[in-house]
Design a protein around this ligand. Structure first.
Ligand SMILES: [Zn+2]
Ligand SMILES: [Zn+2]
Length: 362
């Protein structure tokens, strides 16, 4: 890598158009740091951009805040090592092991000032609206770098920190304590982490995990679910707090069916805006259920908890068993390639020529 050099990167240029190719390294901005990426994950939003996009990625029109226009390096979940620090970037040192929080905000609007940068009107994300971490290097605003202790977490586990922070933020949208009955609908890329977070950060004794996929229900057991069920659950409406993570109407129906009168539903899974949910909303009215939304995360509040949850268990292999060579990204996104081992998160090493088992625990 040189200031004028290039790097291998996964570049999205349009719907279904992704290449793993040499990509120019940008000039490092003064308030940015350059991260040498160790491991990067993908999530549902990357799959959506590839299959149905561009949705958030500014491939066709310039982004209002970042100024990005055109092909974009994907990747908003990654761990790495600080390789260079811009002249005005404070508080970060070369050689640090860091994770990127992805979520950037303006820092001075009323939402930002009250500690809710995720509600900032100028909110944007590294890897969705500016070049991301599915590459050998990624430049991010210095304030988004969160150091982690490489004596506690491997780079493979640390790459799970960003989705874990989303899960932690979602968890905090409801008041839960020892006696709260909790259900999680959808044990996917955020729901699985939410389960681990509730299990580690609270004293909740009863966690019901719902997912139609039997292998995900098995993962839920390893992460602390006390009860599991498929999608068409026949269950008493006695749950205090239900987290809807699936973003499906069926998931929302299950959530409403489980919630006790007066209970709370936290919506994190993004629903299709065209879905008709009138009957459901009527039911929610008649049983006085509270619905609250949860968006992204507040890095300063949620990332330390996310790293603590990741450090609380040595084996995340049921969630992320494998680290793939970047060349397999396209096939895994379009479905022509399948992971060798069952799991929930797909991780990539931008320098590896072959896939390898993930290393969790030191
Ligand atoms: Zn994501
Ligand atoms: Zn703001």
């Amino acid at each position: 890598m040189t200031e004028s050099g290039s790097m291998r990167a996964a570049v999205l240029s349009g719907r279904g158009q992704l290449t793993i190719d040499e990509h120019p390294l940008p000039r490092l901005r003064p308030d940015y740091v350059r991260i040498r990426v160790d491991v990067a994950g993908i999530c549902g939003s990357d799959v959506s951009e590839f299959r149905h996009g561009p949705l958030l990625a500014p491939l066709e029109s310039r982004h209002r805040i970042t100024g990005h226009l055109g092909p974009l390096v994907l990747g908003h979940e990654f761990s790495g090592t600080v390789a260079a620090v811009g002249a005005e970037a404070a508080g970060v040192q070369i050689g640090w092991s860091v994770v990127s929080a992805a979520s950037a905000s303006c820092g001075h609007c009323s939402a930002c000032r009250s500690g809710n940068g995720n509600r900032c009107p100028d909110y944007w994300a590294v890897g969705l609206q500016q070049d991301g971490g599915l590459a050998e290097y990624c430049d991010v605003p210095a304030g988004l770098c969160v150091p982690y202790d490489a004596a506690v977490l491997t780079a493979d586990t640390a790459a799970l920190a960003q989705p874990m922070a989303i899960a932690v933020h979602s968890m905090k949208q409801a008041n839960i304590s020892a006696g709260t009955r909790v259900a999680i609908v959808g044990i996917g890329g955020v729901g699985a982490f939410l389960l681990a977070a509730v299990n580690h950060l609270t004293d909740v004794a009863h966690i019901l995990a719902l997912d139609p996929a039997p292998d995900r229900r098995l993962v839920a057991r390893t992460l602390g679910a006390t009860e599991t069920a498929g999608g068409d659950v026949d269950h008493e409406p006695d749950v205090d707090v239900v987290y809807e993570m699936s973003g499906t109407v069926a998931g929302l129906e299950s959530a409403a069916r489980l919630t006790r009168p007066g209970g709370t539903i936290v919506l994190t899974g993004l629903q299709n805006p065209d879905a008709v949910i009138g009957a459901l909303l009527r039911d929610i009215t008649l049983r006085e259920i509270t619905i609250t939304g949860a968006k992204a995360c507040v890095p300063a509040d949620d990332m330390p908890d996310a790293l603590a949850v990741l450090a609380s268990r040595s084996d995340w292999s049921s969630v992320a068993p494998e680290v793939f060579a970047l060349d397999r990204l396209r096939g895994l996104l379009d479905g022509s390639d399948q992971p060798d081992a069952a799991g929930i998160k797909l991780l990539f090493d931008p320098r590896a020529r072959a896939s390898r088992p993930a290393t969790h625990g030191l």
